[in-house]
Write a protein that binds this ligand. Structure first.
Ligand SMILES: NC(=O)c1ccc[n+]([C@@H]2O[C@H](COP(=O)([O-])OP(=O)(O)OC[C@H]3O[C@@H](n4cnc5c(N)ncnc54)[C@H](O)[C@@H]3O)[C@@H](O)[C@H]2O)c1
Length: 285
């Protein structure tokens, strides 16, 4: 896409972190926005701050786990703006840092249902609700799906598995759109360590999908891993760095967007080298 001024962007997970930073960045480029998040209060605050920049903002509380809710978001957006040019499927959750290391045969299935429901099905709902109508409009447009570097490295946990799904889904979509000669294209966003509220995601967890155990109840190695990971995220890049990559990816039609620390990217290189050599997965440090 070459032109953003007065075009329309939809952003899920827009009340915090990467979604919020990108909403500000796209408003600064002159785009009008449909903002969605499960957290209504944060969403309204975000919408007010962005309206003050002089762009039109629709704010709609939406749970991306619900297909109906995402379809309603699409109806409301097309009613208000008549079209959509950028779709940023970004809402995501990580139950707790410890669940990133919990063994697949030990953790709760509810962690899998919730994480896959938001991170993978949520993206799929966005794609199915918006892309057919974006195609029908015939305008130039771009879809950005948020995965993670976790979608490119090993991990027998709900977060890594969900993000592998988003990478695979988005690569396939990119190829489908290119084969069709469509005026839409796609990018997959794979951030490294970013200083956001992702590890406080449990505040929005549906009550019927249980709760992760308290860290104090876990094995010592999991407690140590969780503490180290939380510290690493706090020391990570600010979300504005990611927003810059998103805008650049849209304007330059780049598929792989990797706002990630060199040492984190090194793990991806090592995984793919081992895979090509048919050697065994990288041992964890
Ligand atoms: N922070 C990181 O280090 C990092 C790294 C790689 C990828 N990501 C991904 O970036 C995306 C954004 O996360 P963030 O780091 O900005 O975290 P964040 O918690 O600051 O923002 C995520 C937003 O998504 C919203 N959300 C959660 N569940 C939702 C649901 N069911 N429906 C609608 N909205 C929902 C939250 O309310 C929150 O506002 C996520 O997909 C995350 O997995 C984050």
């Amino acid at each position: 896409m070459k032109e953003l001024v007065d075009r329309i962007a939809v952003i899920t997970g827009a009340a915090s972190g990467i979604g919020l930073a990108t909403a500000h960045r796209l408003a600064d480029e002159g785009m009008h926005l449909a903002l969605a998040d499960i957290e209504g209060d944060g969403l309204e605050q975000a919408a007010d701050a962005i309206r003050a920049k002089g762009v039109d903002v629709l704010a709609r509380r939406t749970d991306v786990m619900s297909e109906d809710a995402v379809n309603d978001l699409a109806d409301a957006t097309f009613d208000r703006f008549g079209g959509v040019h950028v779709l940023f499927n970004n809402a995501g959750v990580a139950a707790t840092a410890a669940t990133l290391r919990t063994r697949a045969w030990e953790g709760s299935l509810a962690d899998w249902d919730w994480t896959m429901g938001v991170n993978l099905r949520g993206v799929l709902h966005g794609v199915r609700a918006f892309v057919p109508r974006m195609l029908a409009n015939g305008d130039e447009g771009h879809i950005v799906n948020t995965a993670s570097i976790a979608g490119l490295v090993s991990g027998a946990n709900p977060y890594n598995v969900s993000k592998h799904g988003v990478v695979c889904l988005t690569e396939g979509m990119y190829l489908d759109l290119a084969e069709m000669g469509s005026s839409l294209s796609a990018s997959v966003l794979c951030p490294g360590l970013i200083n956001t509220r992702i590890l406080e995601a449990e505040r929005n967890r549906p009550s019927d999908l249980g709760r992760s155990p308290d860290v104090a109840e876990l094995r010592t190695d999991l407690q140590e891993f969780a503490a180290g990971f939380e510290a690493a995220l706090k020391g990570g890049y600010e979300p504005e760095v990611v927003a810059d990559h998103v805008v650049e990816g849209i304007l330059e039609s780049r598929f792989y967007l990797f706002p990630a620390q060199p040492e984190v990217l090194g793990r991806v290189d090592d995984r793919f080298r081992r895979l090509l050599e048919r050697s065994n997965p990288t041992p964890r440090s």
